[in-house]
Write a protein that binds this ligand. Structure first.
Ligand code: FAD
Length: 494
């Protein structure tokens, strides 16, 4: 007999709610706890999980396996090629291990919810219980409703409700202890599981040696790294976050998203750690940097709440149906230039090169490139959303979809459509010395002064041309007008 915890996007052994509950259950029944992770190449494909992200998760499994082994808890990792076979395979494994209880943390995407619902039914028909609990958000989706009883469609009132709800329910921020040590018999009984290796990257997500080395040096994995990074950020940078967070060249952000996406860190621990450093001991007020950072982590909860209550966003539809009729462009040459960072707009290109090189992009730049794709190039924002997922190491469906919806003005609480970022002004404001641009665009590293923002327009065309840097593929002024008309016309369709 045994109790099983199914790891998914919660690759940590501390502060993991379902794992803690599974451990309690096992202890109560006097049986061992087993950890399980199923690698599904087909699922990774369907959900556009990028190769660096899959690599990050597989590397993290090594850390998790070692942490659990110290508690005599085995972690069984196996590849299930076809995702529709996952439920049957789980049932087989439970039978093999003599386990009647399965635990997991809930994921809110439509496919996952559907799979889990079926699994609850299938397992119960076989006399087994499947407990799926809320863990990934600090406030579970559905808890906060506006006056009309619906999910908020605007962030600010939602955020006030989020803060008030947590202040009234402080247990939402409490840490879950790691699981208890297994009874001695577990080592012998499940010896095979302790020895099972973590598989290599599946073929459809392969990386060459240079890429592996690069991503691994930028993104050390595992929950210990996550906590180290969080503590260092809180120690050194959080107080200056409000001022520094918008400067892509400065190192003012936490770089914690990769850990929240893989679940090597819980949002609970992130927010609790920051709050504890605030002299108010609250989520708001006190230190401006701390309060601002907490309000950013809250966006993650917000977008997950939206996803859970507006599942149509999982189906390639804009949150606001009235934005379904915009006539997008599908110009492949423009899209390719955007993907490769060769649009001739330095801030856009630097950002895309950063994404392509390290699987990450600064938030300000995510907004700039998303706005540029949807509005300056008028390209279907879903193509950009997809490209991001295929390349980000911190890809998260809800935050990515939310960010694209915001920037393309088709999402929940979006940027109004007539507010169109001017890439040149954004560049001058947020990368005033061109430090970020020079870092990512070697072709422009010798361009001096303000010409860095617009080399062809400001007398540095010679250097740019010599080094193969392209001229702008569109003229902002003209395409701005085109975007305004396209949005207006789209909205006018009945
Ligand atoms: P910090 O500034 O230190 O913020 C701390 C944490 O707060 C982040 O790790 C993240 O979990 C959360 N957060 C901050 N800003 C946002 C936001 N706008 N929306 C949701 N959560 C936020 N974030 C992802 O985690 N995965 C994505 O796939 C993703 N795609 C995006 C796409 C677009 C077009 C845009 C505009 C934003 C996207 N974001 C995404 C949000 C944000 O850009 C990243 O979370 C942030 O840049 C990560 O860096 P950090 O951890 O240093 O952030």
């Amino acid at each position: 007999n045994a109790v099983v915890h199914w790891f998914k996007m919660d690759l940590r052994h501390t502060d993991n709610k379902a794992l803690a509950l599974a451990s309690e259950k096992a202890k109560e029944a006097g049986v061992p706890l087993i950890g399980m992770y199923l690698v599904s190449p087909q699922d990774y494909e369907a959900h556009l999980r990028s190769p660096p992200r899959v690599d990050f998760m597989l590397r993290t499994l090594e850390v998790l396996k070692a942490d659990l082994a110290k508690l005599d808890i085995p972690l069984h990792v196996e590849t299930v090629e076809q995702r529709k076979k996952i439920p049957d395979r789980i049932l087989e494994l439970l039978e093999e291990w003599g386990a009647n209880h399965l635990y997991a943390n809930m994921e809110y995407e439509v496919d996952e919810l559907r799979r889990e619902t079926h699994l609850v039914r299938d397992l119960s028909e076989n006399g087994k219980a499947f407990e799926v609990v809320h863990d990934t958000c600090i406030v579970p989706p559905g808890e906060l409703t506006s006056g009309s009883g619906k999910q908020y469609a605007v962030y600010s009132p939602w955020f006030r409700a989020w803060v008030a709800h947590i202040h009234e329910n402080l247990d939402l921020l409490e840490l879950f202890d790691p699981p208890s040590k297994n009874p001695d018999v577990a080592r012998k009984q499940f010896a095979k599981l302790f020895d099972c290796p973590i598989p290599d990257l599946p073929e459809n997500k392969s990386l060459d040696d240079e890429e592996k080395k690069r991503y691994r040096s930028f993104w050390p994995c595992g929950e210990h790294e996550a906590l180290k990074r969080l503590d260092k950020f809180c120690e050194e940078k959080i107080s200056g976050y409000a001022a520094g967070r918008n400067i892509p060249a400065g190192n003012g952000v936490s770089n914690i998203s990769v850990h929240l996406a893989a679940g090597t860190l819980s949002a609970r621990t992130a927010v609790r750690t920051a709050r504890d450093r605030n002299k108010t001991k609250k989520l708001n007020g006190g230190n401006e940097g701390i309060a601002t950072w907490i309000s950013e982590v809250a966006w993650r909860d917000f977008y997950k709440h939206v996803l859970a209550t507006a599942p149509h966003v999982c189906m390639n539809k804009p949150y606001k149906p009235e934005y379904s009729n915009i006539q997008w462009s599908y110009d492949q040459a423009h899209f390719k230039a955007w993907c490769e960072g060769k649009t001739g707009f330095p801030i856009v290109d630097a950002a895309m090169r950063q994404l392509n090189h390290i699987g990450y992009m600064h938030n300000r730049c995510r907004m700039i490139v998303a706005s540029f794709l949807a509005k300056d190039l008028l390209i279907d924002w879903r193509m950009g959303e997809r490209y991001f997922m295929e390349h980000l190491i911190d890809g998260d469906f809800a935050s990515n979809n939310g960010g694209w919806g915001f920037s393309a003005s088709v999402g929940v609480d979006p940027q109004p459509y007539f507010r169109i970022f001017n890439p040149l002004l954004q560049s001058e404001k947020f990368d005033p010395d061109g430090e970020y641009i020079r870092k990512w665009l070697p072709e422009l590293k010798d361009v001096k002064g303000k010409a860095i923002h617009e080399p062809y327009g400001r007398g540095a065309g010679g250097i740019a041309k010599k080094n193969g840097y392209p001229e702008p593929i569109v003229e902002h002024k003209n395409v701005r007008e085109r975007a305004l008309s396209a949005y207006k016309e789209g909205l006018a369709v009945e």
